[in-house]
Ligand binder design. Structure first.
Ligand SMILES: Cc1cc2nc3c(=O)[nH]c(=O)nc-3n(C[C@H](O)[C@H](O)[C@H](O)COP(=O)(O)OP(=O)(O)OC[C@H]3O[C@@H](n4cnc5c(N)ncnc54)[C@H](O)[C@@H]3O)c2cc1C
Length: 413
C-alpha cells in the first residue's frame, strides 16, 4: 500500500486540508487523525449560537459524516498522535497503531494558556476550546447566578454577552487597560467596553486575579489583585491560548510562538507542514512572523499546503479577516492592526453601526466594522488588492466603497 498524507488534527485546518487535497485532484491516500470523538465541527458557534441554544449540534458539522468516505479520506477520530518518528517517517497513535507517512500535516490547533493563579481545578471553573467544553459550559451557565469572566478577549466577551442575555450577574476581569486590546483599535475597544456595560456586565479593567476560592470543591469567589473579592459560581477562563506544540517540540521541530514554517508552510522538516492556529508563519500583511487564530487563516493555509502537495506550490499570502458576535453586535475585521498614524470613523458610533479605518502612511491596513457588513466586504477587497483609498474618502458616507473597489478591480483585469 502507498504511504498516505497523514493529517493530525481534524479541526478547521485539518478537514480543509483533506478536502482541498481532493479538490486539487490529489489521488493518493489521505488519513485524517483527530483526537475528538465528534464528527469534525465548526468551532465559532461554541461561544455564540450553540451556547445560546440557537443552533443545535446537528448544524455544527463541517462536512456531513458521509463526506469523508465518499472522498476516500480515511478517518481515525477519537485517536491521538502521541509521537513522530521523523527518521522513519511514521507517527505513533494512542491506540498503539503506527502510521507511515509520505507527508505529515500538523493541524493540531491551540490549547488554553496556563494561568498563574490557584483554583483553576475547582468545579465551575471552565475554559472553552471544544464541543465538550461548550456542553459543560452550557450546563454550568443554566445553574449559575454569579458569573466571572477572566479575560476580555473575543471568547470571553462573546460568552459574557450570552451570560448577560440569560439574565446572569456577570463581571468581566481584564488585567489590561482595554478590552480586546491586542486585536482592535482604542475606538472599537472603548465602544465594546461601553456596550458590555450597557448589556449589564460589570467591567473590571487593569486588575488581575489573585486566586479562585472554593467551597466543597466548587468555585465560590474570585480574589483580585487589588484586594476585592467577587462572588462566583461559574468562572470562564478566557485568557487566551498557546499553540499545541508539544508533539512538534518532542520531535525536535523548530518552534517559537507555534511551529515555525516558511512561506509555503513547511516546518524545519521538509516532510512536515504545519497549518492553522499552531503555525508561526511569515505573513505579508504583518510584515513578519505571526501566529493567527481564525477560521480564515486555518482554511486558507490548508489550501496552500494542498496545492503544494498536488504539485502547484504557492506562498501563503491571504488577507487576514475575523469576526466576533457579542450580543446584537457583529464585529468584523479586515486586515491586521498595526501601528496606525491615521484613524477615521465611517458611520456613527452612537448608532452602533460604524467602521474604523486604520491607515499607516497612505496605506489602509485594517478596517474594523460594527454592524456594517458592506464596509467589511469592501474593505477586504480594498486592502487585499492594494486599492488606493484616502482617509477623506473612507470617512465620507456618500463615497461608495463597493463601487470604488469594483471599478479598480475591473480596471486592473
Ligand atoms: C469558542 C471559539 C470561538 C471562536 N470564534 C471564532 C470566530 O468567531 N471567528 C474566527 O475566525 N475564529 C474563531 N475561533 C478560532 C477558530 O475556531 C480557530 O482559529 C480554528 O478552529 C483553528 O483551526 P485549527 O484546525 O488550526 O485548530 P482546531 O480547530 O482547534 O483543531 C485542532 C484539532 O486538533 C486536535 N488535536 C490536537 N492534537 C492532536 C493530536 N496529537 N492528535 C490528534 N488530534 C489532535 C484538537 O483536539 C482539535 O480537534 C474560535 C475558537 C473558539 C474555541
Amino acid at each position: 500500500m502507498t504511504k498516505p498524507v497523514v493529517i493530525v488534527g481534524a479541526g478547521h485546518a485539518g478537514v480543509q486540508a483533506a478536502a482541498a487535497l481532493r479538490e486539487e485532484k490529489y489521488a493518493g491516500r489521505i488519513v485524517l487523525v483527530g483526537d475528538e470523538l465528534h464528527v469534525p465541527y465548526h468551532r465559532p458557534p461554541l461561544s455564540k449560537a450553540y451556547l445560546k441554544g440557537a443552533l443545535g449540534r446537528d448544524s455544527l458539522a463541517l462536512r456531513g459524516a458521509a463526506y469523508y468516505g465518499n472522498q476516500g479520506i480515511e478517518t481515525l477520530f477519537g485517536d491521538r498522535v502521541i509521537s513522530i518518528d521523523r527518521g522513519a517517517r511514521k507517527v505513533e497513535l494512542a491506540s498503539n497503531r503506527e502510521l507511515e507517512y509520505e507527508h505529515l500535516i500538523l493541524a493540531v490547533g491551540a490549547r488554553a494558556r496556563p494561568v498563574p493563579f490557584a483554583g483553576t481545578d475547582l468545579g465551575g471553573v471552565v475554559t472553552l476550546r471544544n464541543l465538550d467544553d461548550a456542553d459543560i459550559l452550557k450546563r454550568e451557565l443554566d445553574a449559575a447566578r454569579h458569573v466571572v469572566v477572566v479575560g476580555a478577549g473575543f471568547i470571553g466577551l462573546e460568552f459574557a454577552a450570552t451570560a448577560r442575555g440569560a439574565g446572569k450577574d456577570v463581571t468581566i476581569v481584564e488585567v489590561a487597560p482595554r478590552v480586546m486590546g491586542r486585536a482592535v483599535s482604542p475606538q472599537t475597544s472603548n465602544f465594546f467596553a461601553d456596550a458590555h456595560r450597557a448589556f449589564g456586565a460589570e467591567l473590571r479593567l487593569n486588575v488581575g486575579v489573585e486566586k479562585i476560592e472554593g467551597n466543597a470543591g466548587r468555585a465560590r469567589a474570585v480574589h483580585l489583585t487589588d484586594g476585592s473579592v467577587l462572588s462566583a459560581d461559574l468562572v470562564l477562563l478566557g485568557t487566551g491560548v498557546v499553540a499545541e506544540d508539544r508533539l512538534a517540540r518532542d520531535s525536535g521541530l523548530v518552534c517559537e510562538d507555534g511551529l515555525v514554517v516558511n512561506a509555503r508552510l513547511v516546518t524545519s522538516d521538509p516532510d512536515i507542514s504545519a497549518i492553522g492556529d499552531c503555525s508561526f508563519h511569515p505573513n505579508v500583511w504583518q510584515g513578519g512572523e505571526v501566529r493567527l487564530e481564525s477560521v480564515q487563516n486555518a482554511t486558507d493555509q490548508a489550501r496552500v499546503v494542498a496545492k503544494r502537495l498536488a504539485g502547484r506550490p504557492v506562498d501563503y499570502s491571504s488577507l487576514p479577516w475575523f469576526w466576533s458576535d457579542q450580543g446584537d453586535l457583529k464585529l468584523q475585521i479586515a486586515g491586521l492592526l498595526v501601528d496606525s498614524d491615521k484613524v477615521v470613523v465611517r458611520g456613527e458610533i452612537a448608532r452602533r453601526a460604524f467602521s474604523v479605518f486604520c491607515f499607516s502612511g497612505d496605506r489602509l491596513r485594517c478596517v474594523e466594522s460594527v454592524n456594517r457588513g458592506g464596509d467589511h466586504m469592501a474593505a477586504r477587497r480594498i486592502i487585499g488588492d492594494n486599492i488606493a483609498l484616502s482617509p477623506a474618502e473612507a470617512r465620507d458616507p456618500s463615497f461608495d466603497l463597493k463601487a470604488h473597489a469594483t471599478r479598480h478591480m475591473r480596471e486592473r483585469a
